[in-house]
Every structure is written in C-alpha cells, then in structure tokens.
Design a protein around this ligand. Structure first.
Ligand code: 7PM
Length: 280
C-alpha cells in the first residue's frame, strides 16, 4: 500500500507515524507551548528525527466547544511553521485544516497532505486540493466540533462510517484527486461514544477498500482517559497500546503526539502482524 504526497511516495507496507504539531494557544495537551514558530519548527524537526513519516501541523483546535479561528489567525499560525519546516525536513508535511484558503497557502508553503476533519466538505475545499498533487486524509465526524459529543447516535457505526468515507473518496476522485493520494480516518472521538470508538477500532479492517490506507488518531484522547482513568498528561501508555493494536488490525498511519514511543510500538505490532500472516 502506498500514499503519494506531492512528489513523495510513502511506502505503507509497514505502518508509519504521523507526528502531531499543534500551533494553537488552546490545544488541550500542549497548551501554547508551540505558539512560537521557532519552537514549533524545532519540535517538528525532532519528530522527524524520532521517526515520524509525516508531520501534521494544525492551527485550529477541534476540541468540543473550542472557539472558531479566523482564516487570518490560522494562516498566521501555520504558514510560517510549514514554510520553515519544509526547508528542514525531508518527510511530507501535512496541514490539519478545513479552510480552503489555508489549504491553498499551506500547499504553496510546502505542505503535501491536507488532513481535514471535515473531509473536504467545505465549499471550495475539493478544488483547493485537486490539481495540486497534495494527498488528503478524509476523516469521519458526526456533527460539528462544538456540539458533536452532545448525543452521538448510530445504528451500525462501522457501516455508517464506511459509507460516509466511501462517498467522500468518490467525491475526491470525481474532483480529480487520484486514488493513490487518498487516505481515510474513522475520526476517533469526533461525535462518538466510547463504545462507538471501540467498535470502529475493532472493525478497522472493514472501514474501507483494502487499497485505501486507514489513518487512526487516538493519542491522548478521552477514550484513553475513560479506559485508564487518567488525565491527558498521563495517557502515554494507553495511547501507545492503542497505536500498537490499531496497527495490528491494519491501520497504515498512526497519528500521535509521542512519536518515539509510538514508532517503536508500531514496529512491534507490524512484526507480529507479518508473523501471523505468514502462518507460523
Ligand atoms: C482538542 C481536542 C485538540 C481534540 C485536538 C484534538 C484527529 C485529527 C485531531 C484525528 C485526523 C487531537 C484532536 N484528531 N485528524 N485531528 N484524525 N485525521 O486529539 O483523529 O489531536 S485534533
């Protein structure tokens, strides 16, 4: 399996790690630490050295109830970091945004993957990506960040998420985005109760066509907190355990804050997955 990001072909025969680089003053677990562009760039370089295959730069918090961020503010946060990081790391840089203007500016600054929790549903988003060579990550979300955790409900969460993602893949292909530039994501925590999140992780192999890479982001999320009883700052072990299990179930990309630990966990999972497939 492969994902083509700009001129870089990511080989996903082994799962890889996408490092989370928040450049928001209100991120729940990195609160303001990377508001300074130089510090954010240094952390991005460190993530690449720790083995991240993608660096995901985000300037708009999607936390339930978080304040909306203006286009100008989001551009001011992410574009300097993407520009400087692109000059310093060889790995693809991703931009975590739903705004077409931010997508376009980020791609011009050197980003080669658009990670959109709204799956390119904003007007103009498909056109901002099509024709640029950038890859996309299409994420499922029920509702909107401000209200999505109020009353999530599904009849069959795996089937509903699979149907939504397949529809967004076809919308991208119809807009001119090549299939080898598309990955999908069940959106852990985005309009889901713990049992929905667990059903999606258990059913990972049924979420998409086998040729499409699946990305999973569970790092430090409340799902880990609910299971372990721990606050965000103490969710490393639980997050790493989920990363390994998602990789064992076929996730191609794991989105994580703690890159070094997650890279090791994913290598262990991949070794076991290959041994099981070999039938030993
Ligand atoms: C506050 C609450 C801040 C939640 C940040 C978050 C995902 C993502 C995020 C994901 C993809 C976080 C989330 N989560 N993009 N962006 N998949 N593709 O925990 O699961 O980082 S933001």
């Amino acid at each position: 399996m492969k994902l083509t990001c700009g001129h870089t072909v990511l080989d996903l025969a082994e799962p890889c790690v996408m490092g989370v680089l928040n450049v928001t003053p209100d991120s729940f677990s990195d609160g303001g630490r990377y508001a300074d562009p130089a510090a954010a760039v240094a952390r991005g370089v460190a993530m690449a050295e720790e083995g991240a295959a993608i660096i995901d730069v985000g300037g708009e918090s999607t936390r339930p109830g978080a304040a909306a961020v203006s286009v100008q503010e989001e551009l001011a946060r992410v574009i300097p970091v993407i520009g400087q990081l692109a000059a310093r790391v060889a790995v693809p840089i991703s931009v975590d945004t739903s705004k077409p203007a931010v997508m376009s500016a980020a791609i011009a600054a050197g980003a080669s993957l658009v990670n959109d929790v709204r799956a390119l549903r904003e007007p103009g988003a498909l056109d901002a990506v099509a024709g640029t060579g950038a890859a996309v990550c299409l994420m499922h979300m029920q509702g909107e960040p401000r209200t999505m955790q109020a009353s999530p409900a599904y009849d069959d969460v795996v089937a509903e998420v699979r149907r939504f993602l397949a529809g967004r893949v076809e919308a991208c292909v119809a807009a001119g985005i090549a299939r080898d530039r598309i990955c999908v994501d069940p959106g852990i925590g985005f309009g889901k109760r713990p049992e929905h999140n667990l059903a999606l992780l258990a059913g990972l192999g049924r979420l998409a066509d086998p040729a499409i890479p699946v990305l999973v982001g569970v790092s430090r999320k409340s799902l880990v907190g609910i299971i372990t009883g721990r606050p965000a700052a103490e969710r490393l072990a639980g997050s790493v355990a989920f990363a390994a299990l998602a990789a064992l179930r076929g996730a191609a990309i794991i989105r994580a804050h703690d890159v070094a630990a997650t890279v090791d966990a994913v290598k262990v999972a991949s070794a076991l997955r290959h041994a099981a497939a070999g039938g030993d």
